[in-house]
Design a protein around this ligand. Structure first.
Ligand SMILES: Nc1ncnc2c1ncn2[C@@H]1O[C@H](COP(=O)(O)OP(=O)(O)OP(=O)(O)O)[C@@H](O)[C@H]1O
Length: 444
């Protein structure tokens, strides 16, 4: 642990005084004998960015709004040239309230080896990003980056709350790493020499939630509605029309970059079934070279001379094996994540997501055992599990309809989806990959 200190007349020579927070952080008690040494910061030890999570020292019921710009100024006055280390907790007073911040991330202007501890000096140039959990009662305003940084908060990056089940923490981690650079403002990224990830490929069997994931990532990154296109829709039988369709996709991003430069919003383009237009060049036998020019068009937009900085392209496919290799290289769809069929626990999560509303509104009969259903649905995809739920509901609704008089009002209270409805639904919805593992292998 590293801490700033000052000489006090109240403390005897040979002694140091630590407050309760410092004692906890250093894992020492009063009266302990410890060894200390002087820390001399090396050259170029300034922090490029510092992510601080704010809390009240004492839990409060009142909500408080904190202006990021004002707090930034105050903290810099108070802590300028002090060293901050990831994990460190520091109390401070602001507008009459006692707060404590935890250093969640500390990034040096000069990158060190990945094993170096995350620490450095606060300078006037350090970009401070404030975070506060929803439950803290603190609302941070006036910080453009705050919205996008939410995605990266370990605790808050909860795929389940986004309606996505069956993905492990490892996925969350990969996504977070891929988009971490997007939290920092442009002047910091240029100092760090970071290039944003501009493309991502989600691949795997149909119905596993690739489009759903792409859409949620898009929404979280800038709050704008992502553009979703479908490979086959972009294809046109008219000469030159497909290339134009691809160019048009990027037009908004181009205009935005021209008008706003670094301040441009992030444009997320989701390309479903990207294999339809990005098959390996030369692999199609139409002899026209049309496919080649479409792939080239897309590559130019992602990393060519005309490339854009404000674009994130997320492609989805069931057939990664058909994709043009060039599309998968660094700087293009460089982050590739396999989304496979959910395991038993994942299936349980997906079933929970799709029955949550029913449960809340007491439409789910007490005999429904989702754990058992998860165990019985091996090889079902997320979409198929959703299908099972919908079919079970349709059975339950059918029971309420009187075939003699369809105008007869339905008694809402008596609608109950039972375990039998689910078991019957399993006969109707069967998994695509139930029989053949070969087909499944092709989606890898
Ligand atoms: N992991 C999941 N968690 C929750 N719901 C899911 C999941 N996977 C699929 N679903 C449900 O199935 C629907 C269809 O999935 P989606 O279209 O995202 O799959 P996909 O992998 O993109 O399929 P395709 O490859 O056929 O395009 C989703 O909108 C969602 O309702």
């Amino acid at each position: 642990m590293r801490s700033d200190c000052f000489v006090s007349r109240d403390i005897r020579s040979g002694y140091i005084a630590l407050n309760a927070i410092q004692r906890r952080h250093a894992k020492v008690s009063t009266g302990d004998t410890i060894s200390v040494s002087r820390f001399i910061p090396p050259d170029n030890f300034n922090l490029a960015s510092l992510t601080l999570e704010l809390e009240f020292i004492k839990k409060r019921t009142k909500n408080e709004q904190v202006d990021a710009v004002l707090l930034d100024t105050q903290l810099k006055q108070r802590f300028i040239s002090q060293v901050m280390t990831a994990g460190q907790r520091v109390p401070f007073k602001y507008h009459g309230n006692n707060y404590i911040f935890t250093v969640n991330q500390a990034v040096l202007e000069r990158q060190e080896g990945s094993n170096a501890p995350e620490r450095g000096l606060i300078s006037n140039e350090t970009c401070i990003i404030f975070e506060a959990s929803n439950s803290s009662g603190i609302k941070i305003v006036n910080q453009r980056e705050a919205a996008s940084s939410n995605i990266f908060r370990q605790k808050e990056f909860n795929l389940l709350s986004l309606g996505i089940g069956g993905l492990s923490n490892e996925f969350a981690d990969r996504f977070r790493r891929a988009f971490a650079s997007r939290v920092f403002p442009p002047h910091v990224t240029s100092k760090l020499g970071i290039k944003h990830v501009k493309g991502m490929l989600l691949y795997g069997p149909p119905g596993t939630g690739k489009t759903l994931i792409a859409r949620q990532i898009g929404k979280m990154l800038n709050g704008r509605e992502p553009k979703i296109v479908n490979g086959p829709e972009v294809l046109s039988k008219f000469v030159g029309e497909t290339e134009k369709n691809v160019r048009d996709l990027f037009a908004d991003a181009e205009n935005d970059q021209q008008t706003h430069g670094d301040q441009s919003d992030l444009h997320v383009i989701i390309f479903d079934e990207i294999d339809a237009i990005c098959k390996s060049r030369g692999s199609t036998r139409d002899g026209t070279g049309v496919h080649d020019s479409i792939v080239n068009q897309l590559l130019t937009k992602i990393d060519g001379v005309e490339s854009l900085n404000n674009v994130l392209l997320i492609g989805t496919t069931n057939r990664k094996d058909l994709l043009d290799e060039a599309l998968l290289r660094l700087g293009r769809l460089e982050v590739q994540v396999e989304i496979s069929l959910p395991d038993e626990n994942g299936r349980l999560q997906i079933l929970q997501i799709h029955t949550n509303k029913m449960k809340e509104n007491s439409f789910l009969a007490p005999d429904v055992n989702l754990k058992e259903l998860a165990a019985r649905t091996k090889n079902y995809s997320g979409a198929e599990l959703e299908g099972v739920v919908k079919t079970a509901v349709s059975f339950a609704l059918n029971r309420q309809l009187s075939m003699d008089d369809l105008t007869k009002p339905v008694d809402e209270k008596s609608i109950k989806v039972t375990m039998d409805d689910f078991l019957n639904a399993l006969h109707e919805i069967t998994p695509t990959f139930g029989a053949s593992t070969d087909d499944l292998e092709r989606c890898r």
